[in-house]
Design a protein. Sequence first.
Length: 397
Amino acid sequence: MIFSNHKQAVLSVLIATAVGGAMVTDAFAQSSRSAERGNRGGKQQAKAEALYPNATRQEPSVKASPKLGSKLQKLIDSYNEQKFPETRALGDEILANSAANTYDKSLAAQLASQAAYQTEDNAAAKKYLQQVLEFNGLDNNGHYQSMLMLAQLQLQDDETAPGLATLDKYFAETKSSKPEELVIKGQALYQTQRYADAIPVLQQAIAGAAEPKDSWNQLLMAAMAEAGQTGEAVKQAEAIVARTPNDKKAQLNLASMYMQADQMDKAAAVMDKLRAAGQLSEEREYKQLYSIYANTENKEKDVIAVINEGLEKGILKPDYQVYLALAQSYYYSDQVPKAVEAWQKAAPLSKDGETYLNLARVLHAEGRIPEAKQAAQQALAKGVKNQADAKKIINLK
């Protein structure tokens, strides 16, 4: 099932790797070149595109200190050359320099954060990003990209409350409505089981995206189902299928949502259509279909047909669960000999002797006493809760 466990994350947290650092580096380089051109009477270069035109923050006017120009350039060069330990060392040096102003320190902290992240030191990266925000010396592009990256790292490290707080501050100040950023918040709300809060955020992200990712729709449907809005989740899945009728994933998601809504007949119809078209190609898909039938009355023959087809095609693995489902379906459709064969295959794969004991009872009922005794002995050898039943069969005269 696609939605077998809604508590598990459906989306990965997306890390904006070094985007802010590179942008600030460009801005510093532009500033230096512009100053040189200004001294020669040249025209100043155009300012970098504002990524946050609606931000409430007033950009600081402070620029790089002339005294630290060479140190900052060395810092930038080391980062661009991917000398990350050197970048951190140079960044720490500037951060400790009493002559450094807020811009110098913000830039040093930002590049040090990117270097720390590149070397998988998330704890240090978060510490540096906090300093970027505290010194408050970068333009809005660098400042808010640092804030977003901090939130993402916090969420990745399961610091959900601080991560959400940072995200809330980010959205409040930037007024951003970028779908890929809203999804990060929706994901975080989902992971904290705030399903009702996650739904409108995810809906806004999906509505604002030219081509919403399939995983976004999955997450929205999962949030709806967890929030008790199963009917809405089904409608969402049906709408996606209507838009993309040839999308296999959309069909599988719809079947899962029908299962969540306990509409097994509809779920079976969707899956059978895929099966008839030869589109069931993965083990989990065959398991999903036979599970639907196993949870529907009088569908034992369908369970048998699906499992045998999956085994014949080599898609279903001959494991304990498969043989157990097959045995039960044969038994309840009055095909006892075939049920016994399936139980005989399932029992050795079981973690305990309970399946052997069940097999012994069936064999006893069928008058196959020697086989029943042998199965009961195997049950005791493997371990059962009710040893008395097994011993009773073993002691039959």
